[in-house]
Design a protein around this ligand. Structure first.
Ligand code: SF4
Length: 474
């Protein structure tokens, strides 16, 4: 594929890394419930999926490359038995996209078997891996998750909680972890709570998931978020809570609300859909435009566009239609078909746009290529003016905590001032939501969020510039 076409196909959005789901429930079909839970978390990773089930004696595992529905058949799920399961969907930012790096990872060590599913990025991984390798550890995969398993095994402590606690002292960065032994399920969250993790109840069973949408999908009631620094053990005696590390200043990823998480999820006390609506309202207050219609870049811009419409009184219309079936295995256009580009995913509705002054609301701009094409598309469909409103502040820095934001040199807002970006994408107006306006939505907990990709204030030290990200048609 030529560079030009390859560039056309890079996703122009940050990409979420992983989703995790775990359940402990005697008498339940935990494998099937995990399958449904992972399906609800599919937006968090589409490259690989896996489920591990513990039956009191051993851990069975099945994982593979692809979507949850591609990796599992009903027959495979029926082969699992036992009361506890963990599952994982993955998009890789550390470690290549290959079967060995798919999760859960399952190992044997001195005390038995251990399964692990991890969401987040460990920032001191190079140092930890070098230390472990120097003292004889060998690694099967290139994921940072395997380093965690090695550390736990090395500590060989009296209890897994104790080993996990020691491991949490060594490991820096972002992690929401699920660990499975032959007879218990553990959940742990880093002391800043970067990545989400919540707890639910299904009858007598406990469920843990990256997002509350996975709990409700399997019929579980939301109990609470796992606290930053907390370790939870679930086994046949019920649930035990241990404070692994003292919670630090919370630094929940604010991009979960802007783009990654499903609108029907509530994370750390805030419903994603309502937050996005409020972002749109705030945008309308900050950037009032004389326009005829408000449209969204679906789907992640939809709630904010509705908020903008409500606040401004300008009618909301569907001006862009999304094709939901452009998947991972889609045959990419050739050089000769490059004009098709973005239209494979989004197509304008001429009858809505013709002769209109349009406010188009999107959640973020990464490289700017998609925005440019969308503005051109609206103009070709007859729009008289196009004002682009972005429901996040400009993304100027890379993320080191589990999100692929692209390299800094590829971020348009890191390279160009606002007016040049506007000219570059050929919009009549461009406005990003202010960071203050965004944080005000979370009052009085404005300081509970990581905003490093906007302002470079990294809550946990980062060692080196980010390596190149990976891309798929997204
Ligand atoms: Fe989220 Fe940005 Fe912080 Fe990464 S840097 S955790 S994407 S807010």
């Amino acid at each position: 594929m030529s560079n030009e076409v390859a560039n056309l196909l890079l996703p122009d959005k940050p990409v979420e890394e992983c989703g995790v789901f775990g359940i402990y429930g005697a008498g339940l079909d935990v494998a099937r419930l995990t399958y449904y839970g992972l399906h609800a978390l599919q937006h968090r990773g589409q490259e690989s999926a896996g489920i591990a089930v513990a039956d009191g004696r051993q851990i069975q595992l099945h994982k593979g490359m692809g979507l949850v529905t591609e990796v599992f058949t009903g027959q495979q799920l029926e082969q699992f038995c036992g009361p506890a399961a963990i599952g994982h969907v993955r998009y890789s930012t550390t470690g290549a996209s290959q079967p060995l790096n798919a999760q859960p990872l399952v190992f044997r060590y001195a005390k038995g078997m251990l399964g692990l599913a991890h969401n987040g990025n460990i920032t001191n991984i190079t140092e930890l891996r070098a230390q472990l390798a120097a003292t004889g550890s060998v690694f099967q995969s290139s994921t940072d998750s395997e380093v965690v398993v090695n550390l736990i095994a090395r500590y060989n402590a009296n209890s897994l909680e104790e080993a996990l606690m020691k491991c949490m002292i060594d490991v820096k960065g972002a992690y929401s972890l699920l660990i499975l032994t032959e007879n218990a399920l553990y959940a742990a969250r880093d002391p800043h709570g970067f990545r989400p993790l919540c707890l639910g109840r299904l009858g007598d069973a406990y469920v843990v998931a990256s997002e509350s949408c996975a709990l409700t999908t399997v019929g579980a009631a939301f109990l609470r978020d796992i606290e930053p620094g907390e370790i939870i053990r679930i086994d046949q005696s019920g649930l035990t809570v241990t404070r692994g590390l003292t919670a630090q200043q919370p630094a929940h990823c604010i991009f979960e609300y802007i783009y990654f998480a499903r609108p029907d999820s509530t994370l750390d006390g805030f419903n994603v859909n309502l937050v996005r609506r409020e972002m749109g309202r705030q945008l309308a207050r900050e950037y009032p435009v004389a326009a005829d219609i408000v449209i969204a870049v679906p789907d992640s811009g939809t709630a904010a566009a509705r908020g903008y419409a409500e606040e401004s009184g300008i009618p909301f219309e569907e001006g862009l239609m999304k094709n939901r079936y452009v998947g991972r295995t889609f045959i990419q256009p050739t050089q000769a078909m490059r004009e098709i580009g973005v239209k494979l995913k989004l197509n304008p509705i001429r009858e809505v746009l013709q002769d209109k002054r349009v406010v188009m609301v999107d959640d973020s701009i990464v490289r700017g290529t998609t925005s440019q094409k969308l503005v051109a598309m609206l103009r070709q469909a007859g729009a008289r003016e196009v004002h682009l409103c972005i429901s996040s502040p400009p993304v100027r820095r890379s993320c080191y905590y589990g999100i692929d934001t692209s390299d800094e040199q590829e971020l348009i807002a890191a390279k160009l001032p606002l007016e040049e970006i506007r000219r570059n994408i050929d919009a009549d107006g461009l406005h990003y939501l202010s960071l203050e306006g965004l944080l005000d939505i979370f009052a009085p907990r404005q300081n509970h969020f990581c905003t490093a990709c906007f302002n470079g204030h990294y809550p946990v030290e980062v060692a080196k510039p980010k390596e190149s990200g990976k891309y798929s048609l997204e």
